[in-house]
Write a protein that binds this ligand. Structure first.
Ligand SMILES: [Zn+2]
Length: 135
């Protein structure tokens, strides 16, 4: 039996501002494009976040918009961003979890944040040549 909490009835893509979803159980959520871009779930952006690097250059972040979006099967939304990045697929299940967890305050993937132990110095050192910046 299908899970109505991770099925979506209605999708609105407002390219310059937000994505609106209504789930099959009536739950509604709005995702602003900036946080959505920063939360890109693709492998490249994940590893950038893991390294503490910006996912997107600050200038691009200020002008982020959706260039195109498409359904991916029945389980998510594929987004092409105006910065040329198009590898992230946002699963309904992940978006639902995000919306419920944050109640509109976008702090995607809290579990990706360093734990107190990591912040205290247990984190892996940066690779050789890592300059700590975004070029
Ligand atoms: Zn990405």
């Amino acid at each position: 039996m299908a899970d109505e909490r991770i099925e979506v009835d209605e999708i609105e893509v407002h390219r310059d501002s937000h994505v609106f979803l209504r789930f099959a159980d009536g739950y509604e959520a709005r995702f602003d494009v900036g946080p959505l871009r920063l939360a890109c779930p693709c492998a490249e952006c994940r590893s950038r976040r893991d390294l503490g690097q910006p996912v997107i250059a600050p200038l691009a972040a200020a002008n982020v918009a959706i260039a195109d979006a498409r359904l991916v099967g029945a389980w998510g939304l594929g987004v092409d961003w105006n910065d040329g990045h198009a590898t992230g697929i946002y699963a309904w299940e992940v978006l639902r979890h995000w919306a419920e967890q944050t109640e509109g305050e976008p702090t995607f993937e809290r579990t990706d944040l360093p734990s107190p132990a990591q912040a205290a110095g247990d984190a892996a050192p940066p690779p050789d040549g890592f300059d700590g910046g975004f070029s």
